[in-house]
Design a protein around this ligand. Structure first.
Ligand code: MLT
Length: 261
């Protein structure tokens, strides 16, 4: 585990391998452990931050916008002096990756959007997030993790060992982190109108059986992007990179190799 100070907080991150810089941003309420099956990708330097308030990184107080999370990832990369990177974001990590692409295009070589979408919350969805934030204040992060862990998987609740593994990826989530991200996601802007202006290459990946952000969202995303490749991975849910690592890693490394060619 590595640690550094970014924008006033201690951020933990993984940094393994050599080659093309590939930054993997986890979803909510996960941690960099969600990318445990992407370690050792051939020809890649794999950088996996724990977002503020998740995994082993310090929390911020109050609402944390997608722009703030993107600023933290940016500060980490500036510290590395890595040059332009391939940035992959899963779900909330995808909202953050889109914010990063808007704010820091010079540091971006390509984007990988995994199980995510460009649209904002509906008013009802945003209100639901605020209500959940209040429940977390009163009852702790288990209010969220117990509900979300089974929904991350294609098979749902079927296998307690798999659900326990996902809960392990959520173990470092703090109440401040969960509340801050819920309030930040509730306010995130609609990225849809901006997609047509994103001229970088994008790989869009989804699990065919994602129940949290259905595959149709990824199809919409890919259709709205000028330079997108869409991969729909069978027998995978929201946590596609962990559930089907061979197919996911093959899609990712194949696409990265195509960029380098
Ligand atoms: C995630 O996995 O990051 C969340 O499902 C995203 C969301 O709640 O919109």
């Amino acid at each position: 585990m590595n640690q550094t100070t970014v924008n006033g907080i201690q951020m933990s991150y993984g940094d393994e391998g050599r080659g093309t810089a590939l930054v993997l941003v986890h979803g909510f309420p996960l941690s960099r452990k969600a990318w445990g099956r992407q370690a050792g990708l051939p020809g890649c330097r794999v950088i996996t931050p724990d977002l503020a308030g998740f995994g082993q990184s310090d929390a911020r107080s109050g609402r944390v916008t997608m722009d703030q999370f993107a600023d933290d990832v940016h500060a980490l990369l500036v510290g590395f002096q890595s040059g332009p990177v391939i940035l992959a974001g899963h779900s909330m990590g995808g909202y953050i990756a889109l914010a990063f692409a808007r704010k820091y295009p010079a540091l971006l070589r390509g984007l990988v959007l995994v199980g995510t979408k460009a649209g904002p919350d509906t008013p009802e969805g945003a209100a639901g997030r605020r209500a959940t934030a209040d429940k977390v204040k009163a009852g702790g992060v288990g209010v969220v993790t117990a509900v979300m862990a089974p929904k991350m998987l294609a098979g749902g609740t079927g296998d307690p060992a798999l659900v326990a593994a996902v809960l392990g990826m959520m173990a470092g989530a703090t109440p401040e982190g969960v509340i801050g991200a819920l309030l930040g996601m509730a306010e995130r802007p609609d990225s849809t109108p901006w997609l047509a202006t994103l001229t970088k290459p994008v790989l869009v990946v989804t699990g065919a059986n994602d129940v949290l952000i259905p595959a149709a969202e990824s199809e919409k995303l890919a259709a709205a992007l000028p330079q997108a490749t869409l991969r729909v991975i069978p027998e995978a849910g929201h946590l596609v990179a962990w559930e089907q690592p061979a197919a996911f890693n093959e899609a990712l490394t194949g696409w990265v190799a195509g960029l380098a060619a």
